[in-house]
Design a protein around this ligand. Structure first.
Ligand code: HEM
Length: 409
């Protein structure tokens, strides 16, 4: 029987999606083609042969991300899945997949822990984590893999502290989050079920422990204030823990890794930062725009027909808003493929937009600013230990990340 949810059939004329990156910051070739088209929305073909819309215009992306006629619910048959693993049945749903009003209830519970003020209070802790990590690197050097020794550890330690997850379990949960975010495009249904099942089991046990013996962090707070009062189910708290752990870890560590390469490959920009450290917060915004690692993070299914950018998205069709692509829209960012730490990049969509915009963005900004600035201050002679062309990126479809980053100083 034909799949009636796929309203617009894909044809051989529509490019395959997602597209792999070979460089942490350069556009895949196919993105340049999509951006070159006159219309800000184009049809693409997904892995299972279904079609979806890809948005390349920044203005259209903002409008669509704020449009309640689009749903984040992956159970919606028109949702643009980008791998077999994503279509596999899951016994739970997380905040990222809920539509309002259910979504808003969950989000309101999390917001107090992520306000700018609360996150700034974490600055001394983040600085200590970064300093300790750099001490260990310097002792180990003069050459290390900065993905393994720095980019993964720093955000992981920060989120563990925030959530009450013991860092000594990091080998387990870092491997799990890597599989869920980076390698999901390569997992089959059984593979993703196993990874999610093991991660769920671990967090289920941890949340139960915290319900019985609360500590200082966010999961303990929600366990004592919400689960105990019956306003949040244990099951939903485990799902929150899972999404926070996964969302915080891979995105921030990938931006650290890709950002380091971007800076090393643009020595003139790095010199500007070293001469004027007050530029770092601005540089972080430009790095977020330029690397846009959660490129596939913003996808939706249309619940009604939507007319936009000269096309009609039909109810039941999938929409993909690759943030790397919309963050290189020349109508918004002049000379968009140039990395410029002095530009005003704050309108980038690397953290999404609308009701689902990234709840952890203040935390990421803090970790990235402290991480980059401390690294390049402590190791001013940092350089790649291999040719940039030899660096490898994770497969298309997941969070875009470097598999390793060998450096020397
Ligand atoms: C550089 C780092 C990060 C990037 C690029 C990033 C990117 C994104 C994007 C694009 C979205 C929007 C998804 C959508 O619209 O469907 C999002 C949502 C989200 N992010 Fe982040 N993120 C980062 C760091 C973090 C951190 C550190 C945390 C937690 C501590 C976090 C937690 C979340 C959560 C819970 C959502 C879902 C919000 C909702 O549905 O209301 N993220 N993120």
């Amino acid at each position: 029987m034909p799949d009636t949810t796929t309203v617009s059939e894909s044809t051989s004329a529509t490019p395959a999606f997602p597209m792999a990156r070979t460089c942490p910051y350069a556009l895949p070739e196919g993105y340049t083609d999509l951006r070159g088209k006159e219309a800000p929305l184009q049809r693409v073909t997904l892995f299972d042969g279904t079609g979806a819309w890809v948005v390349s215009g920044h203005a259209e992306a903002r409008k669509l991300l704020a449009d309640s006629r689009l749903s984040s619910d992956k159970l919606n048959p028109g949702f643009p899945a980008i791998s077999v693993a994503e279509k596999a049945h899951r016994p739970f749903r997380t905040i990222t997949e809920l539509d309002p009003p259910e979504h808003d209830t969950h989000r309101r519970m999390l917001i107090p822990a992520f306000t700018a003020r609360r996150i700034q209070e974490m600055r001394p802790l983040v600085q200590k984590i970064v300093d300790d990590c750099l001490d260990a690197i310097i002792e180990k050097g003069p050459s290390v893999d900065l993905v393994a020794e720095f980019a993964v550890h720093v955000p992981s330690m920060v989120i563990c502290h925030l959530l009450d997850i013991p860092y000594e379990d990091h080998e387990f949960f870092q491997a799990m989050t890597r599989k869920i975010t980076q390698e999901r495009g390569t997992l089959d249904e059984a593979g993703i079920k196993q990874v999610l099942g093991e991660t769920w089991g671990y967090l289920d046990r941890r949340v139960t422990e915290l319900e019985n013996e609360p500590e200082q962090g966010l999961l303990s707070l929600l366990a004592t204030e919400r689960v105990a009062s019956g306003t949040l189910e244990h099951h939903d708290l485990v799902a929150m823990a899972l999404v926070l752990l996964v969302a915080a870890q891979e995105t921030t560590s990938s931006t650290l890794g890709s950002g380091i390469v971007t800076l090393l490959e643009h020595p003139g920009q790095l010199a500007r930062l070293q001469a004027d450290p007050a530029l770092w917060p601005n540089a972080v915004e430009e790095l977020l725009r330029f690397t846009s690692v959660a490129d596939m993070g913003t996808r939706r299914a249309a619940k009604e027909d939507i007319e936009i950018g000269g096309v009609v998205i039909r109810a039941g069709e999938g929409v993909i808003i690759p943030n790397l692509l919309v963050n290189r829209d020349p109508k918004v960012f002049a000379d968009p493929d140039t990395f410029d730490v002095g530009r005003s990049a704050r309108t980038h969509l690397a953290f999404g937009h609308g009701v689902h915009n990234c709840i952890g963005q203040n935390m990421s900004r803090l970790v990235l600013e402290v991480g980059f600035q401390s690294l390049f201050t402590r190791l001013p002679g940092l350089r790649l230990a291999v040719a940039a062309e030899e660096l490898e990126m994770s497969p298309a479809g997941g969070v875009q990340t470097l598999t390793a980053l060998p450096v020397a100083w």
